[in-house]
Design a protein around this ligand. Structure first.
Ligand code: PGA
Length: 254
């Protein structure tokens, strides 16, 4: 019998919240989620608020993630942040390959193939984002896109480490649009991703957590989180208010 996967609800704040805003948010969030059990909670603030959020969440059930990371230890990479800089301040992990980073900042599968193992080597939990565009879905290319991203981005992760990766399935047409994938679409894609991981390691496929992301809100979270291959959510817009984020955490709790 496999260990049950503990759901993870992660809030991707994107370029929102100053340090003062972040402190106000966490002050409102912690009492709302203090009694929830059987769920892991993550927040992904902008780099400048990471230290403050690590300090403010110490001793709580909230983990702090960055939104991106370089793979190198150091070097001439203006504007980038290295893995050791995140671990130095006790950051728990990082989002990698978010569609906005892929589209707007040129984050490639080639770079991700180095970033995912670099995060794991430093003890950081990567949340690797994958997903198709609207055109790719309409053309029937969803599985091809997911296969290409999963195979390339995880290509250098050793089999015994694969189960530590968190994968977020985020159909690009559902991000920030208010359009959510139907439960059938979300389950089908997440099951497909798990099967792809299973081609490398069946044990990893059973332990890898697959999140759904794309317009997750308090009123649709429970239905999505109940699906067999969905182990949590990566939440954008609805993670900016403590009340709505706590409601989504509650939907995942035991
Ligand atoms: P959204 O964003 O919840 O606002 O759609 C999700 C994401 O980009 O991770």
């Amino acid at each position: 019998m496999n260990e049950p996967r503990i759901p993870l609800i992660a809030g991707n704040w994107k370029m929102h919240k100053t340090i003062a805003d972040a402190e106000a948010f966490i002050g409102a969030l912690l009492p709302r989620i203090a009694t929830y059990d059987g769920v892991e909670v993550g927040i992904c603030p902008p780099f400048l608020a990471l230290q403050a959020m690590v300090d403010s969440t110490r001793g709580s059930n909230v983990q702090v993630f960055a939104q991106t990371m370089h793979y190198a230890e150091s070097g001439a990479f203006t504007g980038e942040v290295a893995p050791g800089m995140l671990t130095e301040i006790d950051v728990h992990g990082t989002i990698l390959g978010h569609s906005e980073r892929r589209e707007l900042c040129g984050e490639t599968d080639k770079a991700l193939a180095q970033k995912v193992p670099a995060a794991l080597e430093h003890g950081l939990t990567p949340i690797l984002c994958v997903g198709e565009t609207e055109e790719e879905r309409e053309r029937g290319d969803t599985e091809r896109k997911l296969r290409q991203q999963i195979q390339e981005d995880l290509s250098r992760v050793p089999e015994d480490q694969l189960g530590r990766v968190v994968i977020a399935y985020e159909p690009i047409w559902a991000i920030g649009t208010g359009l959510t994938a139907t439960p059938e679409q979300a389950q089908e894609a997440c099951a497909f991703i798990r099967a792809l991981v299973g081609q490398r390691s069946e044990a990893a496929a059973q332990s890898v957590r697959i999140l759904y992301g794309g317009s997750v809100k308090p009123d649709n979270a429970a239905e999505l989180l109940a699906l067999p291959d969905i182990d949590g959510a990566l939440v954008g817009g609805a993670s900016l208010e403590a009340e709505s984020f706590a409601a989504i955490v509650g939907a995942a709790a035991r």
